[in-house]
Design a protein around this ligand. Structure first.
Ligand code: HDE
Length: 690
């Protein structure tokens, strides 16, 4: 008779490495629900023998793992998202019957921010457009506002989108550069498709290197229509305004942040939300009366054009607050499927040819990304209001439809779903036209609004645009592409063209560009300046305190308290993580690029020691070069000297009070430091009068 198996001794209850098995009230099972006795070792023929094919647990586990990834988004692959709520104010009720825009209605939202060009694992801080997509789970179904942080787009017609995206992404023969527009194919396309120039101006501005996703504006880009209960429609643009105000990094910071913290924006959003500092945005509409449309010097159907706020003011219609980080990145942030065609009654499209193309593309892409037509059943995509129809089956169908009828009209299930007269119905619009492949002549001016944007920037911002273009073109190998771009820059603004040519050593080499139509000089729009509209606040910002080993703990405490009072957070950077004062980073692990404002607190010996550490010297030098307001104690002087810090009104001595530091820092960076040693001189712009 076979011997009964021996009861496991306490020694047998250990895994291969000798570790005790972990115990839990929840049994670990296969996907078929079978409890698993050993999840540490594969089944094998003898302890040193080959694996056995009958190990179904191992096969299931590896098969699932092998398929853990789905195709990443072809654009906007790198993203971070959060749940939140949207509360409507009173104002929109006049324009739309959309239920979620009526006064006081609260709606759950899921909001995903993204970069455009890089892959899902790329860094957070490249020069790039940011996606700003919001899913509203309204009581009348899902409404997706799938926008960007720039109010215009690169191309006018959806048929050019694949070309544009191919040109901006890594070059196909070499597989680089990843997540960067500074290469030949991008500028080749841009120079030959000048409709992109307006957006290029924005992409070369500091808008494309945001400090935080909490500090970007959002735009619906296209003109949409709001429709009221009587069926009257109003053209509108969508705008999101961040409560924390807008802020950008400097280019050098963005580059260094890519190394210091690849997840800089994701971590920033996560830290804010998990600590209860919920970011919020005001949603605004910008109505444009239909009777004005034909007289404007641009076509409101052209997505490469904006509508100046000075001409058509914004109306705040509600507030979004992001207050919950997703439980699972894949299930929510990765699987969320946005679609500009997810509309609710009261909101409608216009004939913008880019928008029209998007209506096709977003469902189509989910078929390959999410594996079939039932992606709306994934919890993150499912409406939170009841929904029912006669669509059935298909790959990955989860709903168990119980009714006998899967068609209508039917008389067998009178309680089944039926049409609602007040449901979504497009506004009646008479249309007549010739079947034709041609753009409207009202789309032909590609330079005037690029000029409008450039001339609406202040001298610092213009200088940043110039140096961004110089940097990008310096990476373009083909001289013919560079000279073509220079020609377009000359048309946009002679000063811009001259400054970029000078920076490249290509003065006098610009191509002559003849525009199809004459330019329209529009008065500058102050609303387009990021710095001009910066908010004097430190709310949501970060103070970095570099301490020497002999730092005065009382000053550090005062700084932390003042930061908290200002709504900011403070972190200590020290030579040791567990030294004389507890620290959040060691010097090499917490470079000053991570902070908005810095303080240096040390005694004499500590300062001497820091002055001998290259990472500490770099910390201070970077803070100064990045125009940050710096609070310093007198003892820090040897370190400041080593870092070439020149005393100016942004270097503030920390005494008994630290208030002066905070007052100064609220006003933003000390841009005059750039003037002291500018790489290039700001070019003179010739703004027209409004
Ligand atoms: Fe997108 N876009 N897009 N786009 N887009 C996608 O959809 C597309 C455009 C935008 O966080 C894709 O699910 C076409 C403008 C955002 O998941 C894809 C055209 C604007 C996101 C797609 C445009 C956007 C996307 C890739 C020209 C600003 C990320 C994966 C006709 C108003 C949403 C996906 C998220 C994503 C197509 C132009 C914004 C392939 C064909 C203009 C924020 O379907």
């Amino acid at each position: 008779m076979a011997k009964a198996p021996k009861r496991p001794s306490s020694r047998d209850e250990r895994g291969a490495g000798g570790e005790p098995h972990q115990r839990s009230a929840t049994p670990l099972t296969t996907n078929q629900g079978v409890p698993i006795a050993d999840d540490q070792n594969t089944l094998r023929a003898g302890v040193r023998g080959p694996a056995l094919l009958e190990d179904f647990h191992f096969l299931e586990k590896l098969t699932h793992f092998d398929h853990e990834r789905i195709p990443e988004r072809i654009v906007h692959a790198r993203g971070s998202a959060a749940h939140g709520t949207f509360v409507a104010y009173k104002a929109a009720g006049k324009y739309t019957r959309a239920d979620f825009l009526q006064s006081g209605v609260e709606t759950s939202v899921f909001c995903r921010f993204s970069t455009v060009a890089g892959g899902a694992g790329s860094v957070d801080t490249p020069r790039d457009v940011r996606g700003f997509a919001v899913k509203f789970y309204t009581q009348e179904g899902i409404f997706d506002l799938v926008g960007n942080n720039i109010p215009v787009f690169f191309v006018q017609d959806a048929i050019k989108f694949p070309d544009f995206v191919h040109a901006v992404k890594m070059e196909p023969d070499r597989g680089f550069p990843q997540n960067a527009s500074a290469h030949d194919t991008f500028w080749d396309f841009i120079s030959l498709a000048p409709e992109a120039l307006h957006m290029v101006m924005w992409a070369m501005s500091d808008r494309a290197i945001p400090r935080s996703l909490r500090m970007i504006e959002g735009f619906g880009v296209h003109t949409f229509r709001l429709v009221d209960a009587k069926g009257d429609a109003t053209f509108i643009k969508w705008h999101w305004r961040p409560t924390l105000g807008m802020q950008a990094t400097t280019w050098d910071e963005a580059v260094k942040l890519a190394g210091a913290d690849q997840d800089f924006h994701r971590r920033d959003l996560w830290e804010a939300i998990t600590s209860g500092a919920f970011p919020s945005w005001e949603l605004c509409i910008q109505p444009i009366p239909a009777e004005d449309v034909d007289d404007l010097p641009y076509d409101i159907l052209d997505p490469t054009k904006l509508v100046p706020e000075e001409d058509y003011p914004l109306i705040p219609i509600g507030k979004m607050t992001l207050n919950r980080w997703p439980d699972n990145f894949f299930a929510e942030t990765e699987q969320v499927a946005f679609h500009p065609g997810h509309l609710v009654p009261g909101i409608e499209f216009t004939n913008d040819p880019l928008l029209q193309g998007r209506i096709f593309s977003y469902t189509d892409t989910q078929l390959s990304r999410l594996g079939g037509p039932n992606f709306h059943e994934l919890p993150i995509n499912a409406p939170k209001c009841p929904y029912a129809n006669f669509q059935r089956d298909g790959i990955k169908r989860h709903t168990v439809d119980k009714a006998r009828t899967n068609y209508e009209p039917n008389s067998l299930e009178p309680a089944g779903p039926r049409e609602t007269p007040t449901g979504f119905a497009s506004v009646a619009e008479s249309l007549e036209g010739t079947k034709i492949r041609r753009r409207s002549e009202t789309f032909a001016d590609h330079h005037s609004q690029a000029r409008l944007f450039y001339r609406s920037q202040n001298a610092v911002e213009q200088r940043h645009i110039q140096s961004a273009i110089i940097f990008e073109l310096s990476k373009v190998e083909s001289e013919a592409i560079r000279t073509r771009v220079l020609g377009h820059l000359d048309v946009i603004d002679e000063g811009l063209g001259a400054a970029v040519a000078e920076g490249l050593g290509m003065t006098g080499m610009a191509d002559t560009i003849t525009t199809v139509v004459g330019l329209v000089d529009m008065p500058p729009s102050p609303a387009l300046s990021l710095l001009g509209n910066a908010k004097p606040t430190l709310e949501g910002r970060k103070l970095g305190i570099l301490i020497g080993d002999d730092a005065d703990a009382a000053i550090v405490t005062r700084l932390k308290a003042a930061a908290e009072k200002a709504g900011a957070t403070a972190q200590v950077v020290a030579t040791k993580i567990n030294g004389t004062l507890p620290a959040d980073h060691i010097v090499a692990g917490g470079p000053s690029v991570l902070f908005d404002v810095v303080a240096i607190v040390t005694g004499d010996a500590g300062a001497q020691a820091l002055a001998k550490m290259p990472s500490a010297v770099q910390w201070v030098a970077d803070a100064f070069v990045h125009c940050k307001v710096m609070g310093v104690v007198a003892a820090a002087q040897p370190l400041l000297d080593k870092a070439h810090v020149v005393a100016d009104d942004g270097v503030i001595e920390l005494g008994k009070s630290v208030d002066a530091l905070f007052t100064k820092a609220k006003a933003g960076r000390i841009w005059a430091r750039e003037d002291a040693a500018p790489a290039i001189k700001p070019a003179k712009a010739k703004p027209a009068k409004r």
